[in-house]
Design a protein around this ligand. Structure first.
Ligand code: NAD
Length: 372
């Protein structure tokens, strides 16, 4: 079997789907492994490092055209899908909810498609969970990036010139990214408050030494996979009104609220921004999926009434070395768990919950009913 790893075509994504520290598990498959020329540039790893470990360099076109299994951390365009071998497999992050064309094209061209976004939330699959591994690093990066825009320090400082108060950070949405943002802001000495519609997270917030903001929105809850249920328009309005006081007293507000498969809810509007202090920061971590903040823009700092609204694409890429290490481990675990060495092929066992959930297209058919 020929396995190839592709470089990202998106310049804001510096991550690599292979990492020199995790190559040995791919090598153990005894497959022929190629990588796209320059794949490690964003993580300061030269072609030679991968070659020394037994991998072979090839052009993008060659990787695409001759592989049985292609690994990529960005979706491929339909023209590239058409170059793939019939019966081969594309595995990676494919942004499925905005890529129906890619899914259809895979079915028409008999390309099996594995979407790592659809790894189920079961204990056995945690090692493959790209959304968690990348969200965790993004939560860390959000605090570091926000701190750069603030004109004050995060920790309290007792100096001969007087006492400097700690910054106040408010985290909205306490999933994987939010928890890491809370932990990072706490480590840096800020006073941290947080809110989530899933009240089960209150204990987690408290255990990190932060304060859970109680806002009664009536019936909220979560799905069996742990994702938040969508709120009604009235609930969203109530949330906006009640949390605006917390935003007004915060130096940094980090929004992480997402809804799986749907646009992110808008939680901070112009009215709230007007209440905030000039010089404070709103970091919109949902900017790429619709945005939690009115007026936030991808890869821009929008200033409204002196409040800086920051949106950064591919946030985990700000710590590309660790993001690549985690990502390549996630990919390798999927491949190694389902690779059959004797037949040199992938064992698409649809009785396995991980295969059933993550494979969107198999044998020329769309097998996930959401995309049929
Ligand atoms: P996510 O990225 O879908 O959303 C981020 C957070 O935003 C969630 O906590 C969500 O509740 C919150 N949110 C949505 N609407 C909101 C609103 N109006 N106001 C405030 N917050 C709002 O979520 P996620 O990071 O994927 O995590 C969701 C849960 O799943 C977490 O409890 C996480 O620990 C759990 N999880 C479990 C596994 C597993 O069991 N293998 C793996 C990953 C995550």
């Amino acid at each position: 079997m020929i396995i190839s790893a592709l470089k990202s075509t998106d310049t804001s994504d510096q991550r690599s789907p292979i990492h020199s520290e995790t190559i040995s598990s791919l090598i153990s498959l005894e497959a022929e492994i190629f990588f796209e020329d320059g794949i490690g540039e964003g993580i300061f790893t030269s072609n030679e490092i991968f070659q020394e470990k037994g991998l072979r360099v090839a052009s993008r076109i060659d990787c695409i055209a001759k592989s049985d299994l292609l690994i990529s951390n960005q979706p491929l365009g339909v023209e590239e899908i058409k170059l793939m071998k019939s019966g081969s497999t594309l595995l990676g992050m494919v942004n499925p909810f905005s890529n129906q064309d890619l899914i259809n094209c895979c079915a028409q061209n008999n390309i099996n498609l594995v979407s790592m976004e659809f790894i189920p939330r079961i204990t056995r699959a945690q090692k493959m969970d790209v959304l968690s591994s990348q969200a965790n690093l993004a939560g860390y990066a959000a605090v570091i990036e926000s701190a750069k825009y603030l004109s004050t320090a995060l920790p309290m400082m007792m100096t001969a010139a007087g006492t400097l108060k700690p910054a106040r950070v408010f985290v909205i949405g306490v999933g994987v990214a939010g928890l890491q943002a809370i932990a990072t802001a706490k480590r840096l000495g800020a006073r941290v408050e947080a809110f989530d519609t899933r009240d089960v997270v209150e204990e987690q917030v408290n255990s990190l030494g932060a304060k859970f903001v109680k806002i009664d929105l009536g019936e909220t809850g979560q799905t069996d996979q742990g994702y938040a249920n969508e709120l009604t328009d009235e609930q969203i309005q109530k949330q906006k009104d009640l949390q605006s006081e917390v935003c007004a007293r915060s130096d940094i507000v980090i929004t992480t609220a997402q809804l799986f498969g749907r646009p992110a809810p808008q939680l901070i509007d112009q009215k709230t921004i007007e209440k905030m202090k000039p010089g404070s920061i709103i970091f919109d971590m949902a900017v790429e999926s619709g945005g939690n903040v009115e007026g936030s823009k991808v890869d821009e700092v929008v200033i409204k009434n002196g409040v800086k609204i920051v949106g950064v694409s591919n946030l985990a890429s700000r710590v590309a070395g660790h993001a690549s290490l985690a990502l390549s481990n996630n990919f390798n675990h999927w491949i190694c768990d389902f690779y059959n060495k004797e037949s040199s092929s992938i064992n698409f066992d649809f009785d396995d919950e991980i295969v059933k959930s993550s494979v969107l297209v198999f044998d020329g058919k769309i097998v996930n009913e959401r995309f049929q």
